[in-house]
Every structure is written in structure tokens, then in C-alpha cells.
Ligand binder design. Structure first.
Ligand code: NDP
Ligand code: MG
Length: 406
């Protein structure tokens, strides 16, 4: 008689969380806390919030922590860090963290273009990256996808819409997909017209109806630039032409996206608006395990709603389609211009309604190149930020052209 087969648990995956002190980062740590037998924390990074980072290190006992802001690195109190944990400092420290040979998976949860460095370093080593930082694909989608393919690295989406599409697609070959439909809540200004948005305050723009996120993506959700960035993200991640990517407004944020197949069948992924679910799915993929994410309250459900996006009031969407169609240097320019414009809006220095026009002006005034290198993209990123720094809501701006590389 044979003895019953003992099902052995797989070895825990060793995880680095870049941007562990942010909104995605702290949701990710909730998942790590919940699944200690399956997921081990190997490294954490923050920019300047070193006190929060050191508290996280006490709780999760990683091998490494990194503080990327040089000013914070100079003033932090080293004695408050667990003695067994190694401290790295400076912007390049994330590259050291992710290339530790023991790392299985890197969570890319730094906000903005600063997220590219860690993802790039991880993919160069053929690691798996669970990426929330959509800006990386917006800036350099073709280069990043090519790097992942060449080095055998894998990109798993954390963004809820892209996770939904990834889940609905399964192993379906691309030629059997008719379209994907990204859902969006519509943000805090859904239903308003441009006239109503002239005097929008920072506090109003930060009041998102369904998601609790960091300030940059919350403002992006108010302008609908977030959806524009997601169109570009989907274009590169799933290798879909922009005309097969649609957007529909769904205020409840329960259906996270749809995939329509060639036979007319549509699959969607549903769950309450809680980022811990897509984060966990990327970390445990392809397994589905009980985790901390909220569940649908089936007995309380009533109606879900849909409406077409208002392109006139929210011109960011058309900008997103244009960038997805043209590719090349467009993504890096619009991404940098948007980061700079959102930063100025948050500082009280630019009107809400000037954010998207500032991005369009940078797009139109840059010298387009179809197959840029990473160095060219970095130059254009700097140029676009300078352009937006000159924008003022009070007087017309002077137009400059982006320099051409020799
Ligand atoms: P937060 O602003 O909440 O957190 C940002 C994190 O990045 C913090 O840990 C911050 O450290 C760190 N950071 C900031 N600037 C730098 C820098 N220059 N170099 C290195 N680290 C830096 O952002 P979110 O968590 O909201 O968003 C993170 C990413 O995830 C974004 O790309 C966003 O688009 C994407 N995303 C977020 C969602 C969400 O629900 N929040 C949903 C889908 C995608 P410190 O705390 O020290 O400043
Ligand atoms: Mg999203």
C-alpha cells in the first residue's frame, strides 16, 4: 500500500518592495504580513520617510533597506535601525537592492519616472517585476518590453485594470482578442464641465471617490491623465494597437476592466476597490490564496453603472491615444511634463486646467524620434520638466524646441 502523498508547500518567494512607504507599498506590506509562509521580505526602499521605513524593517526584518533621498540619508538616525538590517543610501541604492541574487520578485511601487531605475536593473538580471509604476512603460515601453524578453524577465501588472486584463486573458493568443476595455471611476470631477473646473483647489482634486492613493496618481485621476497613462501602459504591456483599447466610465470601481474576444464573449474581473488583491495576485501568480483584500458584499449589491467618457472636458484621454499611436519619444515627454505640471499644481503654482495643455505643448514642441535610446529619453525628460517650469497661468509662455542629440 502506498502512503498518502504529502503536498509540500513551495519555498517562499523573496520580495523587494521599492517605495514601501507609499500607498501601494503599505498595501503590499499588508499582503506580506498576511502570507509569511509564502512571501519573505528581502528589501524595502523609501525616498525620505526613513522613520516609517525603519519601523517597517523592525516588523518585517528584511536583509536590506534603502533611503534614496541624499538629504534624508544625511540626517537619518542609524541607531534606530535593527542592527541585522543593512542600510543603503542614494538614488542608485535600489539597483543594488534588486540585484541581490536571492531576490525572486521586485515590487515597483515608486511614483513617477524615478521608478524606471529599479525596474530596469531588475529586468537586466532577468527578475520578475510586479509593477505598479505605470510611468516606466509610458516612458520607455518598447525598450522595457524588449529588455524583459531578452533577459527572460517577467512583468506582472499591479495596476488594477491591467491585472484584470491579465487575469481575463489567461493564455488566449493575441489574435483571438477583439479589444480590451479599461474602466475608470471618472474621478472626483465626473459629470462636471470645463467651466466648473476653473477654480478647482488641490483639496478638491485630492478627494477621490473610490480609491485612496498617493497624491500624484490622485491628481492624474482627476484630470483623467491616469487613464491616458493606462492606455499607453496597455498598448506596450499587451502589445495592442490603440484602436483596440477602449475606456468606459464605471463610477463604482468594481469591474476593473473587460476583455472582448473574437467570438463576442466578454470576460471581466471584479472585486471591491482594494489594491491588495492585484498586488497579491502578482506576488503569488499563478496561485490564488486567501489574503487580506476586501470581498464583494454579495447581499448588498444592487446596480453598477457605465457611461462614455467626456473627451471635451477631459482632453487627457485623446492625448493618451495620440501618444500610444505615435510611440517613440512621445511617452517620455508627456510623462515628464505631467509629473512637473502635477507637482506645480500641488504646490499651488499652476491651475488645474493648465495641467493637460502644458503636457500637450511639451508634446508638440519636442523633436520627435521614433526609436530613442534610454539616454535620449532621459534628456527629453529633463527638457519637458524645464518647459513646464516656465508655464504660468497668468501670462503666455515662450516656446522653445527640445534640443536634438548630435
Ligand atoms: P505614493 O506617493 O503613495 O508613494 C510613493 C513611494 O515612492 C513612496 O515610498 C516614496 O517614498 C517613494 N518615492 C517618491 N519619490 C521617489 C524618488 N524620487 N526616488 C525613489 N523613491 C521615491 O505613490 P502611490 O503608492 O500612490 O503610487 C506608486 C506607483 O503606483 C505610481 O506609479 C502609481 O501610478 C502606481 N499606482 C498606484 C495605485 C494606488 O492605488 N496608489 C494604483 C495603481 C498604480 P517616501 O515615502 O519616502 O516619499
Ligand atoms: Mg489603474
Amino acid at each position: 500500500m502506498s502512503s498518502p502523498a504529502v503536498k509540500s508547500e513551495p519555498a517562499p518567494r523573496r520580495v523587494v518592495v521599492l517605495g514601501s512607504t507609499g500607498s501601494i507599498g503599505t498595501s503590499c506590506l499588508d499582503v506580506l504580513d498576511h502570507l509569511p509562509d509564502r512571501l519573505r521580505t528581502l528589501g524595502l526602499s523609501a525616498h525620505s520617510s526613513w522613520e516609517t521605513l525603519f519601523e517597517q524593517a523592525h516588523r518585517l526584518r528584511p536583509r536590506w533597506v534603502a533611503v534614496t533621498d541624499p538629504d534624508a540619508a544625511r540626517t537619518l538616525d542609524r541607531s534606530r535601525l535593527d542592527g541585522a538590517c543593512r542600510l543603503l543610501t542614494g538614488p542608485d541604492s535600489v539597483a543594488t537592492l534588486v540585484t541581490d541574487p536571492d531576490v525572486d520578485i521586485v515590487v515597483s511601487a515608486i511614483v513617477g519616472s524615478a521608478g524606471l531605475l529599479g525596474t530596469w536593473a531588475a529586468l537586466e538580471k532577468g527578475k520578475t517585476v510586479a509593477f505598479a509604476n505605470k510611468e516606466t512603460l509610458v516612458m520607455a515601453g518598447p525598450l522595457v518590453m524588449d529588455l524583459a524578453a531578452r533577459r527572460g524577465g517577467r512583468l506582472l501588472p499591479v495596476d488594477s485594470e491591467h491585472s484584470a486584463i491579465f487575469q481575463a486573458l489567461g493564455d488566449t493568443p493575441p489574435e483571438q482578442v477583439e479589444r480590451v476595455v479599461l474602466t475608470g471611476s471618472g474621478g472626483p470631477f465626473r459629470g462636471r464641465k470645463a467651466n466648473d473646473l476653473a477654480g478647482v483647489t488641490v483639496a478638491e482634486a485630492l478627494r477621490h471617490p473610490t480609491w485612496n492613493m498617493g497624491p500624484k496618481i490622485t491628481v492624474d485621476s482627476a484630470t483623467l491623465m491616469n487613464k491616458a497613462l493606462e492606455i499607453i501602459e496597455a498598448r506596450w504591456l499587451f502589445d495592442l494597437p490603440p484602436e483596440r483599447i477602449e475606456v468606459i466610465i464605471h463610477p463604482e470601481s468594481v469591474i476593473h476592466s473587460f476583455v472582448e474576444f473574437k467570438d463576442g464573449s466578454v470576460l471581466a474581473q471584479l472585486s471591491p476597490p482594494d489594491m491588495r488583491l492585484p498586488i497579491q495576485y502578482a506576488l503569488t501568480w499563478p496561485e490564488r490564496l486567501p489574503g487580506p483584500a476586501r470581498r464583494l458584499p454579495w447581499r448588498e449589491l444592487s446596480a453598477w453603472h457605465f457611461e462614455q467618457p467626456d473627451h471635451e472636458t477631459f482632453p487627457a484621454l485623446q492625448l493618451g491615444y495620440e501618444v500610444a499611436r505615435r510611440g517613440g519619444t512621445c511617452g517620455a515627454v508627456v510623462n515628464a511634463a505631467n509629473e512637473a505640471a502635477v507637482g506645480r499644481f500641488l504646490a499651488g503654482d499652476l491651475r488645474f486646467l493648465d495641467i493637460v495643455p502644458a503636457c500637450r505643448a511639451a508634446l508638440e514642441n519636442h523633436n520627435f524620434s521614433a526609436n530613442p535610446t534610454l539616454a535620449e529619453l532621459a534628456d527629453l525628460d529633463r527638457w519637458a520638466r524645464q518647459e513646464v517650469a516656465c508655464w504660468t497661468s497668468l501670462r503666455p509662455r515662450t516656446v522653445t524646441r527640445s534640443p536634438r542629440r548630435p
